[in-house]
Design a protein around this ligand. Structure first.
Ligand SMILES: Cc1cc2nc3c(=O)[nH]c(=O)nc-3n(C[C@H](O)[C@H](O)[C@H](O)COP(=O)(O)OP(=O)(O)OC[C@H]3O[C@@H](n4cnc5c(N)ncnc54)[C@H](O)[C@@H]3O)c2cc1C
Length: 401
């Protein structure tokens, strides 16, 4: 006999987990299918710069209180500067009368908190390690066959299974993807000078180098995007040499590099699904889009997808939630916003990667001009923090405009 659910979420990462948590009190029967069991010996090394909109989504999902007990960084200011010139820009949360611009939270902390929240919920079944093998869409439901041989029946399947989404492939949704020609090197870095809750990013011609402040005042997580061969060399070089290269690339803004953690690399790709929905299918997070990490927006976009979809499903939970006509509302809401972010990231990458002198001159003047024009900076900050825009109610802070 097929087990029946209203909603099956494939992928128990941060976006799939958030969607489940937002839907937890809906009364709908939900299953999450996650392929990998967490391995405490190999935690995910990524940390996320989390916007105020995402913080609000975490509150709506009932995880913020527990999550804020985990160590996290809070960035009050942000400094961005160009390695080829004198242009720089400085953002300060004080200019918006806000306590912070956002938070730096470990991916693993978010996943663990979500997992605890989901396991407390009787209406949500967590199937792990498990994956789907086959799906078949019918007029009024979809059938799913799992790798274990178990058969499930549902009204809607949400693909939250990341960049290599099987749900997307099995549904025949096309993905347009392109290699950024960069790899991100990620590791923790202990510095001589305290970070003072400032997020810093230097744009080198080969790619941006970001220092994200963690809870310890001398500890940052870095994301160093560069050409793949250099990333490989940086990952493998002896610690002492790596420290010297890092100090040089960062102009020793935080003094000497004292210690670094294990180095990881991530190939950087740009991707966008041609459609976010199909009959009985919706894609969220990296299954639908993948952006360059230079503005720390990838997971934040996924949380907004989850919140937008949850809002639509909750409003129509007594109807057939798998109907394409309903799911199209979600696609219309999120696709344009995500595409705008993809284009903005591409433009930044191209602009700051250019070695042409006139382009370098222009971007430096652009940075200086924007830095001196307070209203423009405030607008950029409010947008980046998710304090305005076409946001779901579940993401709106009390001071949302
Ligand atoms: C170096 C780097 C730094 C970044 N920094 C930031 C940042 O500061 N801020 C930010 O917002 N974003 C950042 N991002 C982007 C962020 O990592 C992603 O956008 C985010 O992890 C996407 O989450 P997801 O849940 O959609 O997908 P994933 O994290 O890929 O999770 C997918 C889940 O689905 C599971 N799965 C896959 N296939 C199957 C299957 N067939 N069956 C069952 N389960 C399956 C996987 O095991 C996994 O748990 C960064 C990315 C990189 C590479």
């Amino acid at each position: 006999m097929n087990l029946e659910y209203d909603l099956i979420i494939v992928g128990g990462g941060v976006t799939g987990g958030i969607l489940a948590a937002l839907m937890a009190d809906s009364g709908l029967g939900i299953a999450i299918i996650e392929a990998t069991k967490p391995d405490p010996n190999h935690p995910d090394p990524r940390v996320f710069a989390i916007t105020r909109a995402s913080e609000q989504i975490f509150r709506s999902a009932g995880i913020w209180e527990s999550l804020s007990k985990h160590p996290m960084g809070h960035f009050r200011e942000m400094e961005v500067w160009d390695a080829n010139g004198s242009g720089s820009i400085h953002f300060d949360s004080k200019d918006l009368c806000e306590p912070t611009l956002g938070h730096i939270i470990e991916n693993q902390s978010i996943r663990n908190t979500l997992s605890n929240r989901i396991h407390q919920q009787k209406s949500i079944h967590w199937l792990c390690p498990e994956t789907i093998e086959h799906l078949e869409r019918k007029r009024d439901h979809a059938d799913v066959v799992l790798a274990s041989g178990e058969r499930l029946k549902t009204r809607l399947i949400v693909g939250a299974d990341g960049f290599n989404s099987l749900v997307r492939d099995l549904s025949g949704i096309e993905l347009k993807s392109r290699d950024y020609g960069q790899t991100a090197l990620v590791c923790s870095v202990k510095t001589q000078v305290a970070h003072n809750d400032v997020a810093r990013q230097r744009f080198l011609t080969s790619g941006p180098l970001a220092f994200l402040p963690l809870a310890d005042p001398h500890l940052c997580s870095i994301v160093w995007s560069t050409i793949p061969e250099q990333a490989q060399t940086l990952r493998e070089m002896p610690e002492k040499d790596f420290h010297a290269r890092l100090e040089e690339a960062f102009e020793s803004r935080l003094g000497r590099v004292l210690e670094t953690g294990q180095r990881y690399t991530f190939p950087l790709l740009r991707a966008h699904a041609r459609n976010y929905v199909s009959d009985r299918i919706a894609l969220i997070g990296d299954a639908a889009h993948r952006v360059h990490p230079l503005a720390g927006q990838g997971a934040n976009l996924g949380f907004l997808d989850a919140a937008a979809l949850a809002e639509i499903l909750l409003a129509h939970k007594d109807r057939d939630i798998g109907k394409k006509i309903l799911l199209r509302k979600y696609e219309r809401w999120r696709k344009g916003n995500n595409l705008a972010m993809l284009i903005a990231m591409d433009s930044f990458k191209t602009l700051f990667g250019s070695t042409l002198k006139p382009v370098q001159w222009l971007r430096n003047r652009g940075l200086e001009l924007t830095d001196s024009f307070k209203p423009a900076k405030q607008l950029i900050m409010r947008r980046a923090m998710g304090l305005e825009g076409d946001l779901p109610e579940l993401a709106r802070t009390p001071d949302f405009l």
